[in-house]
Write a new protein. Sequence first.
Length: 94
Amino acid sequence: MKGTYIVSGYKGIMPLDLTHVDPKYHKDLINQHSDDIRDYKIYQNSLKPELQYDNSIQRVLNMLERDKQINQKRNHEYLLKKHQEYMRSIRSRL
């Protein structure tokens, strides 16, 4: 079995997987992929900053990170409370 052949993408353009594509088509597909990336960059530069992929995606990633931190803190507080309740119940039995 031959190895994988993946051409990297760019931000909003996914990588191009040529693993199971006949090698005679590779050059044309890579050229098309490069053209798509170039067109994507031109299009992104034509948008208002708040509509550009980088800015909108980064905002969402920041929101997800903040949500993750809030959930971790909430879980930590919950576990701490349960541990304290458990320790109180053990002490009361002694």
